[in-house]
Structures are given as structure tokens and as C-alpha cells.
Design a protein around this ligand. Structure first.
Ligand SMILES: *Cc1c(COP(=O)(O)O)cnc(C)c1O
Length: 413
């Protein structure tokens, strides 16, 4: 194979070799000891920190909960959580207790909330690990029993459904939930430290339902306070509400997408909010070959070349979390944009490089699917008929996460 031209990314590779190992290295670091790479998700923790600082300016004096569920939206929960706490976030949040336990095992001791449970959730272990638990209704008795077994009071956040229609107590059942929680609290089995809710349409600021949800939230909080609970935190804002609804910030905001430097709004870039995307997804060209006009490409033969051209093969596919439907998504190679052609396969996809390339410059060259120096995550989301949240979160474990510290922008061409 011809020598690849890959100065810029190799600079990052070299500098990343020299980055300090965190106290608790995880599988995310393994690529730093791998001599060559074919696929990688590069996560710039300096950008994560900048995003936290930017959001802190917007929400102060409200606190920031860094939401690192789903392995930190695919970026690496432990590394991102640690970076967020270093930059001023004071809470961590996850969907599942099992996710929260991994953060505790990695040595993160910050206040930590898990909010999605089933009867099989290890509540007792959660209480022993000082993990706060969301309660929407049925969980209350389970949590109280687990607290009894653990011989420790549980810290709970009562969740009110203000309109999303997912988890949370209905307003009709709220009074009864407060009453049951109060009697457990009197028994010393738990402490209600928070009341929270989740917004449905904050990413569509022109819609009226966010106002309605905030009114309903205010009423639920007032009822909880009337019931005698001394609340540490009231919280409802997700990233879109953080960016556009100061009246939703309350005591704490739950920062997910914005932590990773992505924008929740259609047509509004992260940069317009002062956010920096943290992840770049990069591969290397596995093959380049000249084909005649009329060459058909990929399973189903759904693309046909219109002229003599070069086809490039990129060794990433849906097993890596690349959406199979993302036909015509852009990639950047040697500073130019090319489009995915034909059906994306499990391990690979094809780009049409046109008739006028120098094969030696392309074989082995880096292919930026999105991120620094390449397309935006939203361009892949648009090609796949989905949202940027899903694109980054679904990048699979086959893609090594490669952590860098502010090498972004410092490495010259
Ligand atoms: C995922 C999640 C968030 C974070 O939402 P973003 O829009 O990514 O900021 C906040 N709260 C709850 C309950 C969530 O499930």
C-alpha cells in the first residue's frame, strides 16, 4: 500500500500518546497503544470542559448536572464525567443505576442521579453507593425497602410528569405520592432532596407547551414544599431549555447534548451558542480503484457511476454504528467533500472520488466522517433521517474511543 499522507491526524496520534493517563484508565485508552488505526472516535475533553464553562455562564447560579447516560452519548461516560466535574459541573446524571454504578466504580464521587428503573433495579446497591434515585410512583416502596436493607436512608428526587407523558407521577397522583414519601421520610428510610420533570418540545421554541410544562412544574414544586420537604434541587431544563429558557433553569440544569458540543436546534450550529463539538469520527481509505462509467456499486447495486471514475472504500459500516440509510452523507478527504454512494454495508461503504485524483494521495488517507476539519454531525443525521443525538450515541464499541486534550487546533497541517 502506498504511503499515506496523514500528517495532521498522525500528529494527534503522537500527541495523544503523550497525554496523561487518567487515574482509572478504561478501554477508551487502548488505541493510544495501538500502532496504526483504521477507525476511531476522537473525543476532545478540552472541548467538553469549554462547553461546561460556557453553559455555566448561561445558567449561574444554577448548578450543572452532566448527563453521561449511554456511555456519555457514545463519547465515554467516565472520561466525559470526570472532565465535566473538573470544569465546574457538580452533579452527574444517568438513566440506569447500572450506568451510575460504573461511574462510582471508576472513582467519581460527585452527587449522581439515576432516573429509569424496573423492579429488577439494584436499589440497595445504589443506596449503598450513594446514588440518588428518581421516583415516579411504584419505585417508592421498593426504594424504602432497599433503604431498610442497606440500613441507610435513600436520597430521592420525585418526578412529576408535566406533559411529556413518559415517566413521572401524573398531577392527579402527585398529592398521594408526596404523602407516601413524607411518611417514609418520617420513618427515616429516605429523604426527598429533589423534584424534577422533563420537557417535551424545548427544541421547538415557538411551541407553547414548554410554558405549560413550566407552570405545571411550579405547581408541583410548591405542593412538595407545602408538604414540608426541604428541597436541595428543583430541575427541569435539558440542553434546548438551557440555551433558550432562563426561566427553566431553577436550581440545576441537566446538560446532555450541549456537553458534547452539539446543537439541539435544526439549522442552528453549535458555534452559534459558543459550543464546540467534542467528537470527530475518522477512518482511513482502505482501497481506491479506477472503474468505468456504468459500474454499479454495493448491495442491491443502487448506485451506478456516470463516468470513468475512482471509487474509494472506507472501512466503516453499520457494525460501527454508521446508519445504513445514510446514503449521500458527506465525508471529508484531503480537505474536500465526497458523498457516500451505494448501500452502506456492515463493515464498509464506498465514496465516488471522481475521475481526476492521484491514487497515492487517497489510498490510506484519513477520511473524516464528521467533526474537526470535516462535516457536521447534523449532516449525517439529515442523511439518515434522524437527529445528531442518535448519530453519536450509536457509534458502536468496535470504534475505539481516543481521548485527546486540547490538541485540537494546535496541531498544524
Ligand atoms: C437525556 C436526558 C437529559 C439530557 O437531555 P439533553 O437534551 O441531551 O440535554 C436530561 N434529562 C433527562 C431526564 C434525560 O433523560
Amino acid at each position: 500500500m502506498a504511503a499515506a499522507k496523514c500528517g495532521r491526524w498522525d500528529d494527534w496520534y503522537v500527541s495523544a500518546q503523550s497525554i496523561q493517563k487518567p487515574e482509572n484508565p478504561t478501554s477508551e485508552q487502548t488505541l493510544a497503544t495501538t500502532p496504526r488505526w483504521e477507525r476511531r472516535a476522537i473525543v476532545d475533553l478540552a472541548n467538553v470542559r469549554e462547553n461546561v464553562k460556557r453553559v455555566a455562564e448561561l445558567v449561574a447560579p444554577a448548578k450543572i448536572m452532566a448527563v453521561v447516560k449511554a456511555d456519555g452519548y457514545g463519547h465515554g461516560a467516565v472520561a466525559v464525567g470526570r472532565a465535566a466535574l473538573q470544569a465546574g459541573a457538580t452533579w452527574l446524571g444517568c438513566a440506569h443505576v447500572t450506568e451510575a454504578m460504573k461511574l462510582r466504580e471508576a472513582g467519581l464521587t460527585a452527587p449522581l442521579l439515576a432516573w429509569l428503573h424496573t423492579e429488577g433495579t439494584p436499589f440497595e446497591e445504589a443506596i449503598a453507593a450513594n446514588i440518588d434515585l428518581a421516583v415516579s410512583g411504584w419505585e417508592l416502596d421498593y426504594v424504602a425497602r432497599a433503604a431498610e436493607a442497606a440500613a441507610l436512608p435513600a436520597r430521592i428526587h420525585l418526578k412529576i410528569d408535566t406533559g411529556l407523558g413518559r415517566n413521572g407521577s401524573t398531577p392527579a397522583q402527585w398529592d398521594a405520592l408526596l404523602g407516601r414519601a413524607a411518611s417514609y421520610q418520617e420513618e427515616g428510610l429516605l429523604r426527598v432532596v429533589g423534584v424534577f420533570s422533563h420537557l417535551a418540545v424545548a427544541d421547538e421554541p415557538e411551541r407553547p407547551e414548554t410554558d405549560e410544562q413550566l407552570v405545571a412544574f411550579g405547581e408541583a414544586v410548591a405542593l412538595a414544599e407545602d408538604a414540608g420537604f426541604d428541597l436541595e434541587v428543583r430541575h427541569i431544563a435539558n440542553t434546548p431549555a438551557i440555551l433558550t429558557r432562563p426561566d427553566a433553569h431553577f436550581d440545576m440544569v441537566r446538560l446532555g447534548l450541549g456537553l458534547y458540543g452539539l446543537s439541539p436546534f435544526n439549522g442552528e450550529s453549535p458555534e452559534s451558542f459558543g459550543l464546540r463539538p467534542a467528537m470527530s469520527l475518522v477512518s482511513r481509505m482502505a482501497n481506491v480503484k479506477r472503474v468505468p462509467a456504468g459500474q454499479r456499486v454495493g448491495y442491491g447495486l443502487r448506485y451506478t457511476t456516470t463516468e470513468d471514475t475512482y471509487l474509494g472504500l472506507v472501512p466503516m459500516g453499520y457494525a460501527d454504528g454508521i446508519p445504513r440509510v445514510a446514503n449521500n452523507a458527506p465525508v471529508s478527504i484531503n480537505g474536500k467533500t465526497y458523498l457516500v454512494r451505494g448501500t452502506i454495508a456492515m463493515d464498509q461503504f464506498v465514496v465516488d472520488l471522481g475521475p481526476d485524483i492521484d491514487v497515492d494521495e487517497f489510498l490510506g488517507a484519513e477520511v473524516i466522517l464528521f467533526g474537526e476539519g470535516g462535516p457536521q454531525v447534523t449532516e449525517w443525521a439529515d442523511a439518515a433521517g434522524t437527529i445528531n443525538y442518535e448519530v453519536v450515541t450509536r457509534i458502536s464499541p468496535r470504534v475505539p474511543r481516543f481521548l485527546v486534550e486540547g490538541t485540537w487546533g494546535e496541531s498544524g497541517e
